[in-house]
Design a binder for this molecule. Structure first.
Ligand code: PMP
Length: 431
Protein backbone atom coordinates (compact mmCIF):
# COMPACT_ATOMS: atom_id res chain seq x y z
CA UNK A 1 0.00 0.00 0.00
CA UNK A 2 1.30 3.44 -0.89
CA UNK A 3 2.23 5.85 1.88
CA UNK A 4 -0.77 8.17 2.33
CA UNK A 5 0.80 11.52 1.43
CA UNK A 6 -2.52 13.37 1.56
CA UNK A 7 -3.07 12.18 5.15
CA UNK A 8 0.48 13.12 6.06
CA UNK A 9 0.06 16.59 4.59
CA UNK A 10 -3.18 17.17 6.45
CA UNK A 11 -2.29 15.75 9.88
CA UNK A 12 1.39 15.27 10.56
CA UNK A 13 3.93 17.94 11.37
CA UNK A 14 7.43 17.58 9.95
CA UNK A 15 10.50 19.28 11.44
CA UNK A 16 10.46 23.06 11.29
CA UNK A 17 7.48 23.26 8.94
CA UNK A 18 4.02 24.75 8.81
CA UNK A 19 0.97 22.49 8.59
CA UNK A 20 -0.85 25.26 6.73
CA UNK A 21 1.72 25.37 3.96
CA UNK A 22 3.92 22.29 4.32
CA UNK A 23 6.95 21.61 2.21
CA UNK A 24 6.81 18.56 -0.04
CA UNK A 25 7.98 15.30 1.55
CA UNK A 26 9.47 12.30 -0.21
CA UNK A 27 8.23 8.82 0.73
CA UNK A 28 11.16 6.59 1.70
CA UNK A 29 10.56 2.84 2.03
CA UNK A 30 14.02 1.52 2.72
CA UNK A 31 17.57 2.64 3.34
CA UNK A 32 20.81 0.75 2.85
CA UNK A 33 24.43 1.88 3.06
CA UNK A 34 24.43 5.44 1.74
CA UNK A 35 21.19 5.13 -0.19
CA UNK A 36 17.59 6.04 0.54
CA UNK A 37 15.03 4.17 -1.58
CA UNK A 38 11.92 6.07 -2.61
CA UNK A 39 8.53 4.45 -2.94
CA UNK A 40 8.58 4.95 -6.71
CA UNK A 41 11.72 2.81 -7.02
CA UNK A 42 14.29 5.60 -7.32
CA UNK A 43 17.22 5.65 -4.96
CA UNK A 44 19.03 8.72 -3.61
CA UNK A 45 22.61 9.02 -2.36
CA UNK A 46 22.44 10.42 1.15
CA UNK A 47 24.38 13.62 1.82
CA UNK A 48 22.92 14.25 5.28
CA UNK A 49 23.57 11.18 7.48
CA UNK A 50 20.02 11.96 8.64
CA UNK A 51 21.17 15.13 10.38
CA UNK A 52 24.60 13.95 11.54
CA UNK A 53 23.42 10.66 13.01
CA UNK A 54 23.78 7.78 10.52
CA UNK A 55 27.58 7.89 10.35
CA UNK A 56 27.84 4.15 9.58
CA UNK A 57 25.16 4.31 6.89
CA UNK A 58 21.76 2.64 6.97
CA UNK A 59 20.76 -0.96 7.63
CA UNK A 60 24.20 -1.79 8.98
CA UNK A 61 24.54 -5.52 9.76
CA UNK A 62 26.32 -5.02 13.10
CA UNK A 63 23.95 -2.33 14.28
CA UNK A 64 20.97 -4.43 13.17
CA UNK A 65 22.35 -7.42 15.05
CA UNK A 66 22.76 -5.36 18.23
CA UNK A 67 19.13 -4.23 18.09
CA UNK A 68 17.82 -7.70 17.26
CA UNK A 69 19.77 -9.42 20.03
CA UNK A 70 18.62 -6.86 22.57
CA UNK A 71 15.04 -7.00 21.30
CA UNK A 72 14.91 -10.72 22.06
CA UNK A 73 15.97 -9.96 25.67
CA UNK A 74 14.09 -6.79 26.57
CA UNK A 75 13.34 -3.68 24.58
CA UNK A 76 12.81 -1.43 27.55
CA UNK A 77 12.75 -1.37 31.30
CA UNK A 78 12.64 1.66 33.57
CA UNK A 79 16.02 2.96 34.76
CA UNK A 80 14.71 4.08 38.16
CA UNK A 81 15.96 1.46 40.62
CA UNK A 82 17.14 -0.84 37.80
CA UNK A 83 20.39 -1.19 35.86
CA UNK A 84 21.15 -3.30 32.79
CA UNK A 85 24.19 -4.47 30.85
CA UNK A 86 23.73 -2.24 27.75
CA UNK A 87 23.78 0.92 29.91
CA UNK A 88 26.91 -0.16 31.79
CA UNK A 89 28.66 -1.27 28.58
CA UNK A 90 27.85 1.98 26.83
CA UNK A 91 28.94 4.14 29.76
CA UNK A 92 32.26 2.25 30.02
CA UNK A 93 32.91 2.64 26.30
CA UNK A 94 31.99 6.31 26.35
CA UNK A 95 34.23 7.09 29.29
CA UNK A 96 37.12 5.35 27.54
CA UNK A 97 36.71 7.58 24.46
CA UNK A 98 35.80 11.08 25.65
CA UNK A 99 38.30 13.85 26.49
CA UNK A 100 40.09 13.39 29.82
CA UNK A 101 38.46 14.18 33.12
CA UNK A 102 34.90 13.29 32.18
CA UNK A 103 33.89 10.45 34.45
CA UNK A 104 30.10 10.42 35.00
CA UNK A 105 27.28 9.79 32.53
CA UNK A 106 23.63 10.80 32.43
CA UNK A 107 21.70 9.12 29.60
CA UNK A 108 19.17 11.46 28.02
CA UNK A 109 16.66 10.76 25.29
CA UNK A 110 17.50 13.51 22.81
CA UNK A 111 20.15 16.14 22.22
CA UNK A 112 17.94 18.96 23.52
CA UNK A 113 17.39 17.04 26.75
CA UNK A 114 21.13 16.41 27.09
CA UNK A 115 21.56 20.21 26.94
CA UNK A 116 18.78 20.74 29.50
CA UNK A 117 20.55 18.30 31.83
CA UNK A 118 23.92 19.98 31.27
CA UNK A 119 22.43 23.38 32.20
CA UNK A 120 20.72 21.86 35.22
CA UNK A 121 24.00 20.29 36.36
CA UNK A 122 25.83 23.61 36.06
CA UNK A 123 23.14 25.63 37.86
CA UNK A 124 22.75 23.03 40.61
CA UNK A 125 26.51 22.89 41.09
CA UNK A 126 26.65 26.56 42.05
CA UNK A 127 23.41 26.41 44.06
CA UNK A 128 24.89 23.51 46.04
CA UNK A 129 27.91 25.66 46.80
CA UNK A 130 25.66 28.45 48.00
CA UNK A 131 26.75 30.72 45.14
CA UNK A 132 23.26 31.52 43.90
CA UNK A 133 24.46 34.62 42.01
CA UNK A 134 26.07 32.33 39.44
CA UNK A 135 22.82 31.73 37.59
CA UNK A 136 23.44 32.91 34.03
CA UNK A 137 24.93 31.09 31.08
CA UNK A 138 27.36 32.59 28.57
CA UNK A 139 26.60 31.48 25.03
CA UNK A 140 27.51 32.73 21.56
CA UNK A 141 25.73 34.47 18.75
CA UNK A 142 24.96 31.94 16.00
CA UNK A 143 24.79 29.19 18.64
CA UNK A 144 22.26 26.40 18.36
CA UNK A 145 21.69 23.96 21.23
CA UNK A 146 18.21 22.51 20.73
CA UNK A 147 14.50 23.18 20.70
CA UNK A 148 13.34 22.85 24.34
CA UNK A 149 12.96 26.00 26.43
CA UNK A 150 16.22 26.02 28.40
CA UNK A 151 18.10 24.96 25.25
CA UNK A 152 16.32 27.65 23.20
CA UNK A 153 17.44 30.24 25.75
CA UNK A 154 21.10 29.56 24.89
CA UNK A 155 20.51 29.67 21.11
CA UNK A 156 21.28 32.88 19.19
CA UNK A 157 18.58 35.25 20.50
CA UNK A 158 18.52 37.62 17.51
CA UNK A 159 19.19 35.62 14.43
CA UNK A 160 18.38 32.08 15.54
CA UNK A 161 15.35 29.91 14.91
CA UNK A 162 13.67 30.57 18.25
CA UNK A 163 13.37 34.36 18.27
CA UNK A 164 9.55 34.09 18.27
CA UNK A 165 9.70 32.86 21.87
CA UNK A 166 12.23 35.39 23.06
CA UNK A 167 9.96 36.92 25.70
CA UNK A 168 9.48 33.48 27.27
CA UNK A 169 13.16 32.62 27.50
CA UNK A 170 15.57 33.13 30.39
CA UNK A 171 17.82 36.02 29.38
CA UNK A 172 21.43 34.85 29.24
CA UNK A 173 24.65 36.52 28.14
CA UNK A 174 25.87 36.25 24.54
CA UNK A 175 29.34 36.86 23.16
CA UNK A 176 29.76 37.69 19.47
CA UNK A 177 30.13 34.63 17.25
CA UNK A 178 33.79 33.70 16.72
CA UNK A 179 35.19 35.42 13.64
CA UNK A 180 38.61 33.79 13.15
CA UNK A 181 38.06 31.05 10.59
CA UNK A 182 39.20 27.51 11.23
CA UNK A 183 41.47 27.72 8.18
CA UNK A 184 42.58 31.31 8.79
CA UNK A 185 44.74 33.24 11.21
CA UNK A 186 43.79 33.57 14.88
CA UNK A 187 42.80 37.14 15.70
CA UNK A 188 44.13 37.87 19.15
CA UNK A 189 41.54 40.62 19.82
CA UNK A 190 38.78 38.00 19.87
CA UNK A 191 40.28 36.48 22.98
CA UNK A 192 40.69 39.89 24.56
CA UNK A 193 37.03 40.79 23.93
CA UNK A 194 35.94 37.54 25.49
CA UNK A 195 38.19 38.22 28.47
CA UNK A 196 36.46 41.56 29.00
CA UNK A 197 33.08 39.79 29.12
CA UNK A 198 34.39 37.34 31.71
CA UNK A 199 35.92 40.16 33.76
CA UNK A 200 32.64 42.04 33.79
CA UNK A 201 30.20 39.16 34.33
CA UNK A 202 31.95 36.16 35.89
CA UNK A 203 30.27 36.60 39.26
CA UNK A 204 26.90 35.90 37.67
CA UNK A 205 28.05 33.17 35.28
CA UNK A 206 27.41 29.51 36.09
CA UNK A 207 28.74 28.18 32.80
CA UNK A 208 29.71 28.89 29.25
CA UNK A 209 28.12 26.66 26.60
CA UNK A 210 29.74 26.26 23.20
CA UNK A 211 29.65 24.07 20.08
CA UNK A 212 33.38 23.37 19.70
CA UNK A 213 34.95 24.48 16.39
CA UNK A 214 31.76 24.10 14.33
CA UNK A 215 28.60 26.10 14.97
CA UNK A 216 26.06 23.88 13.25
CA UNK A 217 22.41 24.79 12.77
CA UNK A 218 23.24 28.47 13.49
CA UNK A 219 25.12 28.71 10.19
CA UNK A 220 27.64 25.86 9.77
CA UNK A 221 30.44 28.22 10.86
CA UNK A 222 33.90 26.72 11.35
CA UNK A 223 36.02 28.74 13.73
CA UNK A 224 39.58 28.74 15.00
CA UNK A 225 40.47 26.14 17.70
CA UNK A 226 42.41 28.87 19.55
CA UNK A 227 39.03 30.39 20.44
CA UNK A 228 38.15 27.19 22.27
CA UNK A 229 41.48 27.21 24.10
CA UNK A 230 40.79 30.75 25.24
CA UNK A 231 37.31 29.71 26.46
CA UNK A 232 38.82 26.89 28.51
CA UNK A 233 41.47 29.17 30.01
CA UNK A 234 38.98 31.93 30.86
CA UNK A 235 36.52 29.45 32.41
CA UNK A 236 39.36 28.14 34.61
CA UNK A 237 40.55 31.59 35.57
CA UNK A 238 37.10 32.97 36.38
CA UNK A 239 35.52 29.89 37.94
CA UNK A 240 32.94 29.28 35.24
CA UNK A 241 32.03 25.75 34.11
CA UNK A 242 32.60 24.92 30.44
CA UNK A 243 29.87 22.95 28.68
CA UNK A 244 30.78 21.61 25.24
CA UNK A 245 27.86 20.63 23.03
CA UNK A 246 29.27 17.92 20.73
CA UNK A 247 25.87 16.52 19.81
CA UNK A 248 26.60 17.25 16.16
CA UNK A 249 30.40 17.15 16.12
CA UNK A 250 31.11 14.12 18.33
CA UNK A 251 32.52 10.82 17.03
CA UNK A 252 34.77 11.88 14.19
CA UNK A 253 32.68 14.23 12.08
CA UNK A 254 35.16 17.12 12.16
CA UNK A 255 38.24 14.95 11.57
CA UNK A 256 39.01 14.45 15.28
CA UNK A 257 37.15 12.04 17.52
CA UNK A 258 35.73 15.06 19.34
CA UNK A 259 35.88 18.64 18.09
CA UNK A 260 37.42 19.58 21.48
CA UNK A 261 40.47 17.60 20.39
CA UNK A 262 41.30 20.27 17.78
CA UNK A 263 42.16 22.51 20.73
CA UNK A 264 43.30 19.72 23.07
CA UNK A 265 40.84 20.86 25.72
CA UNK A 266 38.41 19.05 27.95
CA UNK A 267 35.11 20.51 29.13
CA UNK A 268 33.56 20.17 32.59
CA UNK A 269 30.33 18.98 31.01
CA UNK A 270 29.93 17.35 27.59
CA UNK A 271 26.73 16.75 25.60
CA UNK A 272 26.63 13.93 23.06
CA UNK A 273 23.86 12.55 20.83
CA UNK A 274 23.10 11.88 17.17
CA UNK A 275 25.92 9.52 16.05
CA UNK A 276 25.99 8.03 19.56
CA UNK A 277 23.35 5.51 18.47
CA UNK A 278 24.49 5.39 14.84
CA UNK A 279 21.27 6.99 13.59
CA UNK A 280 19.12 4.10 14.81
CA UNK A 281 17.20 5.26 17.89
CA UNK A 282 17.11 8.53 19.76
CA UNK A 283 19.76 8.60 22.48
CA UNK A 284 21.95 11.28 24.00
CA UNK A 285 24.22 11.65 26.98
CA UNK A 286 25.50 14.35 29.31
CA UNK A 287 28.88 13.63 30.85
CA UNK A 288 30.64 15.51 33.59
CA UNK A 289 33.80 15.50 35.66
CA UNK A 290 34.09 14.23 39.22
CA UNK A 291 34.39 17.86 40.32
CA UNK A 292 30.97 18.72 38.90
CA UNK A 293 29.29 15.52 40.10
CA UNK A 294 30.79 15.82 43.59
CA UNK A 295 29.71 19.44 43.74
CA UNK A 296 26.05 18.65 43.11
CA UNK A 297 24.32 18.24 46.46
CA UNK A 298 21.24 16.01 46.58
CA UNK A 299 19.47 14.44 43.64
CA UNK A 300 19.83 15.64 40.06
CA UNK A 301 16.13 16.02 39.35
CA UNK A 302 15.89 14.58 35.88
CA UNK A 303 14.73 11.10 34.86
CA UNK A 304 13.02 10.58 31.52
CA UNK A 305 10.77 7.52 31.09
CA UNK A 306 13.00 6.08 28.38
CA UNK A 307 16.26 6.94 30.13
CA UNK A 308 19.04 4.53 29.04
CA UNK A 309 16.61 2.59 26.85
CA UNK A 310 18.28 -0.83 26.38
CA UNK A 311 17.69 -0.98 22.62
CA UNK A 312 19.26 2.45 22.20
CA UNK A 313 22.17 1.63 24.52
CA UNK A 314 22.84 -1.66 22.70
CA UNK A 315 22.97 -0.01 19.32
CA UNK A 316 25.07 2.72 20.92
CA UNK A 317 27.60 0.11 22.04
CA UNK A 318 27.70 -1.32 18.51
CA UNK A 319 28.08 2.16 17.00
CA UNK A 320 30.94 3.10 19.35
CA UNK A 321 32.68 -0.23 18.75
CA UNK A 322 32.69 0.59 15.04
CA UNK A 323 34.05 4.05 15.82
CA UNK A 324 36.70 2.51 18.07
CA UNK A 325 38.01 0.49 15.09
CA UNK A 326 39.22 3.88 13.83
CA UNK A 327 38.35 3.37 10.17
CA UNK A 328 36.55 6.73 10.43
CA UNK A 329 39.90 8.53 10.52
CA UNK A 330 40.92 7.46 7.04
CA UNK A 331 37.35 7.77 5.76
CA UNK A 332 36.84 11.30 7.08
CA UNK A 333 40.25 12.36 5.78
CA UNK A 334 39.39 11.13 2.27
CA UNK A 335 35.97 12.77 2.39
CA UNK A 336 37.58 16.05 3.49
CA UNK A 337 40.09 15.99 0.63
CA UNK A 338 37.43 15.15 -1.91
CA UNK A 339 35.02 17.81 -0.62
CA UNK A 340 37.82 20.38 -0.81
CA UNK A 341 38.68 19.49 -4.39
CA UNK A 342 35.20 18.96 -5.76
CA UNK A 343 33.36 21.84 -4.08
CA UNK A 344 36.11 24.33 -5.01
CA UNK A 345 34.57 25.18 -8.45
CA UNK A 346 31.52 26.55 -6.62
CA UNK A 347 33.72 29.38 -5.27
CA UNK A 348 33.75 30.98 -8.72
CA UNK A 349 29.99 31.19 -9.00
CA UNK A 350 28.23 34.54 -8.68
CA UNK A 351 25.55 33.26 -6.28
CA UNK A 352 28.11 31.65 -3.96
CA UNK A 353 29.44 33.64 -1.00
CA UNK A 354 31.73 31.02 0.56
CA UNK A 355 32.81 27.39 0.39
CA UNK A 356 34.19 25.72 3.52
CA UNK A 357 35.11 22.21 4.51
CA UNK A 358 35.99 20.64 7.85
CA UNK A 359 36.34 16.88 8.18
CA UNK A 360 33.30 15.22 6.64
CA UNK A 361 31.34 18.48 6.43
CA UNK A 362 31.22 20.52 3.22
CA UNK A 363 29.34 23.80 3.07
CA UNK A 364 28.43 26.08 0.18
CA UNK A 365 27.06 29.38 1.47
CA UNK A 366 24.96 31.27 -1.03
CA UNK A 367 24.56 35.05 -1.20
CA UNK A 368 20.90 34.77 -0.14
CA UNK A 369 18.38 32.33 1.30
CA UNK A 370 17.56 29.36 -0.87
CA UNK A 371 14.17 27.99 -1.88
CA UNK A 372 14.29 24.70 0.00
CA UNK A 373 11.43 22.98 -1.85
CA UNK A 374 12.94 23.88 -5.23
CA UNK A 375 16.43 22.77 -4.19
CA UNK A 376 15.16 19.47 -2.85
CA UNK A 377 13.30 18.77 -6.09
CA UNK A 378 16.43 19.53 -8.10
CA UNK A 379 18.55 17.32 -5.84
CA UNK A 380 16.09 14.43 -6.03
CA UNK A 381 16.07 14.74 -9.84
CA UNK A 382 19.86 14.41 -9.67
CA UNK A 383 19.57 11.28 -7.53
CA UNK A 384 20.84 12.72 -4.23
CA UNK A 385 19.41 13.64 -0.85
CA UNK A 386 20.54 17.05 0.39
CA UNK A 387 18.57 19.26 2.79
CA UNK A 388 19.51 22.95 2.55
CA UNK A 389 18.67 25.59 5.15
CA UNK A 390 18.94 29.36 5.16
CA UNK A 391 21.73 30.31 2.76
CA UNK A 392 23.40 26.93 3.02
CA UNK A 393 23.75 23.89 0.82
CA UNK A 394 25.81 21.38 2.77
CA UNK A 395 27.00 17.80 2.85
CA UNK A 396 27.76 15.55 5.80
CA UNK A 397 27.57 12.05 4.33
CA UNK A 398 27.92 8.73 6.15
CA UNK A 399 31.62 7.98 6.72
CA UNK A 400 31.56 4.86 4.53
CA UNK A 401 30.45 6.74 1.41
CA UNK A 402 32.35 5.67 -1.72
CA UNK A 403 34.33 8.16 -3.74
CA UNK A 404 31.94 7.89 -6.70
CA UNK A 405 28.89 8.39 -4.48
CA UNK A 406 30.51 11.46 -2.96
CA UNK A 407 31.29 12.81 -6.43
CA UNK A 408 27.61 12.47 -7.31
CA UNK A 409 26.81 14.59 -4.25
CA UNK A 410 29.40 17.30 -4.91
CA UNK A 411 28.47 17.50 -8.60
CA UNK A 412 24.82 17.89 -7.65
CA UNK A 413 25.70 20.72 -5.24
CA UNK A 414 27.79 22.52 -7.86
CA UNK A 415 24.98 22.11 -10.43
CA UNK A 416 22.19 23.25 -8.10
CA UNK A 417 24.06 26.31 -6.87
CA UNK A 418 24.15 27.55 -10.48
CA UNK A 419 20.35 27.44 -10.75
CA UNK A 420 18.03 30.34 -9.81
CA UNK A 421 17.47 28.96 -6.30
CA UNK A 422 17.62 32.15 -4.24
CA UNK A 423 14.40 33.35 -2.65
CA UNK A 424 13.22 36.38 -0.73
CA UNK A 425 11.12 34.20 1.58
CA UNK A 426 12.08 33.80 5.25
CA UNK A 427 14.71 31.12 5.76
CA UNK A 428 13.76 27.63 6.87
CA UNK A 429 15.85 26.24 9.69
CA UNK A 430 17.49 22.86 9.81
CA UNK A 431 19.50 20.83 12.23
N1 PMP B 1 22.89 20.69 19.94
C1 PMP B 1 23.37 20.67 18.70
C2 PMP B 1 24.75 21.24 18.44
C3 PMP B 1 22.63 20.12 17.65
O1 PMP B 1 23.13 20.12 16.40
C4 PMP B 1 21.35 19.58 17.94
C5 PMP B 1 20.49 18.96 16.85
N2 PMP B 1 20.50 19.55 15.65
C6 PMP B 1 20.88 19.62 19.26
C7 PMP B 1 21.68 20.18 20.22
C8 PMP B 1 19.52 19.09 19.60
O2 PMP B 1 19.45 17.72 19.46
P1 PMP B 1 18.06 16.98 19.25
O3 PMP B 1 17.54 17.40 17.91
O4 PMP B 1 18.40 15.53 19.33
O5 PMP B 1 17.14 17.43 20.36
Amino acid sequence: MAIDLAFDREHIWHPYTSLKNPLPVYPVVRAEGCRLFLEDGRSLIDGTSSWWSAVHGYNHPELNAAVNTQLANMSHVMFGGIVHQPAVDLAKLLLSMVPTGLNKVFFADSGSIAVEVALKMALQYWLSKGVSAKSRILSLSKAYHGDTFAAMAVCDPDDGMHTLFRSQLTPHLFAPAPQSRFDGAWQEEEGQKLRQLFERHHQTLAAMIIEPVLQGAGGMRMYHPEYLKVCRALCNEFNVLLICDEIATGFGRTGKLFACDHAAISPDILCLGKALSGGYITLAATLCTDKVADGIAGALMHGPTYMANPLACSVGVASLKLIAQNRWQQQVQCIEQQLNTELAPARLLAQVADVRVLGAVGVVEMTGNVDVALCQRLFVELGVWVRPFGKLLYLMPPFLISSSELTALTQAIVKVCQQPILTTQAPLPGA
